[in-house]
Design a binder for this molecule. Structure first.
Ligand SMILES: [Zn+2]
Length: 90
């Protein structure tokens, strides 16, 4: 279990972790998530509505699975204990 599980769709990764890494590498906390066909839509704690293809191969899925991020969203108020499972990647 956890972030190193292979072959999971991005919806189950986000659902299990409660986090999403945006295209720019920014880590957001996810407050709600819903699947729509091939897409997954979710709302971040900072109030953004995001829709991505529900793929297991996308860049975002890979980043989340590997626990990578470039920065964390200040407005999502992510606790340092929650951040410790992610590593800064440049
Ligand atoms: Zn955010």
């Amino acid at each position: 279990m956890g972030i190193h599980t292979q072959g999971e769709k991005i919806s189950s990764l986000i659902d299990g972790l409660g986090f999403f890494v945006s295209r720019s590498g920014k880590l957001h906390k996810v407050s709600s998530i819903k699947e729509y066909g091939n897409y997954v839509k979710f709302i971040t704690d900072c109030g953004q509505y995001i829709a991505v293809r529900n793929s297991r191969r996308s860049k975002a899925a890979r980043w989340i699975r590997n626990g990578w991020m470039k920065s964390s969203c200040k407005r999502c108020k992510i606790k340092s204990g929650e951040l410790s499972r992610f590593k800064i990647c440049r």
